[in-house]
Design a binder for this molecule. Structure first.
Ligand SMILES: C[S@@+](CC[C@H](N)C(=O)[O-])C[C@H]1O[C@@H](n2cnc3c(N)ncnc32)[C@H](O)[C@@H]1O
Length: 286
């Protein structure tokens, strides 16, 4: 029997997989990435005893439990992330927290809800919690909840552990004092200290689907960064509708700095704050 590791993916099979990934996850694979897909999936096919990618596509489609689809997501997604990525946005977030607190005081509420969509291995969600804790604005009786959602099971499992290697600290290079402040060193690894890990939860989900957001309505801020660059316009549209529905009317949306939504949606209105664009809900679309 020919092993899948020895047989290369054909153009037809590549197109089949590309369509499946776009339909299910909203991700566009641009250019000839046949070698990349082969490198990422050959081992999975080998484990399953499948000898062609066409058989693999059929296998994924026939699996009504959705388990193989989840496995596929873990193999084909780009999970690149690190603490304090795009720091200018986090500086604005700290500023925005003060406005959120004022808004909450007006409403006589003591809850703070933040979503980190496409959270990957959790660095973004934990960075948000570090900033919330450092702000000192939401202590004592406040109910703080930061929820990360990602489609990759492997990434979500890693996020829940809150243990990282040096690679996750590219955003705080040369500031090792910061690392010691938030992490306990365990050999080559770093464990996030409890005060910065509490209040953060992770779930597996496809953020194009409404059910991924169950129970998360009324969010004060939604971060969805560095995913739209990989998504089709149709998929971005679906995610934006879900962001709109999950945000409170006074909430804030942050997208990656290279993912401008200007002229792409009328659900959100851009606001320039100290050189950084944040999006507010266009409440007229309610
Ligand atoms: C490049 S990472 C971005 C991580 C983080 N937001 C940041 O900016 O550092 C993109 C993440 O999007 C996730 N992803 C891709 N498609 C998704 C979908 N349809 N639903 C949920 N997560 C998705 C991937 O698994 C990956 O972890």
């Amino acid at each position: 029997m020919t092993d899948i590791k020895d047989s290369y993916i054909s153009e037809g099979e590549f197109q089949l997989l590309r369509e499946l990934i776009k339909k299910e996850f909203g991700l566009q694979i641009k250019g000839d990435k046949r070698l990349t897909l082969h490198a990422r999936l050959a081992h999975r096919l080998h484990i399953l005893g499948l000898t062609s990618y066409a058989d693999y596509c059929n296998f994924v489609r026939a699996d009504s439990s959705g388990a193989e689809l989840q496995e596929l997501a873990s193999h084909v997604t780009n999970n690149e992330t690190f603490f304090f990525r795009e720091k200018a946005q986090f500086d604005i977030f700290s500023h925005v927290l003060e406005d959120i607190k004022k808004e909450k005081q007006k409403k006589k509420r003591q809850d703070l809800k933040i979503l980190s969509l496409a959270c990957s291995t959790g660095e973004e969600a934990y960075t948000l919690n570090i900033l919330v804790q450092l702000s000192g604005l939401f202590l004592w009786n406040w109910d703080v909840r930061i929820t990360g959602i990602d489609i990759s099971r492997i990434a979500v499992e890693k996020a829940k552990k809150a243990i990282y290697s040096k690679n996750s600290f590219r955003g705080i290079n040369g500031e090792s004092g910061q690392i010691q402040k938030y992490f306990t060193c365990e050999g080559e690894l770093y464990r996030l200290k409890q005060p910065f890990a509490k209040n953060v939860e992770f779930r597996l989900g496809n953020i194009m689907c409404e059910d991924a957001y169950a129970g998360l309505e009324g969010a004060d801020a939604v971060f969805c960064r560095n995913l739209f660059i990989y998504m089709s316009p149709d998929a971005i549209g679906k995610v934006l509708v879900n962001c709109y529905r999950s945000l409170s009317d006074t909430g804030y949306l942050f997208v990656g700095s290279s993912e401008s939504l200007i002229n792409k949606t009328d659900l959100f209105i851009p606001r320039l704050v100290n050189g950084v664009i944040v999006y507010r809900k266009n409440v007229k679309k309610n």
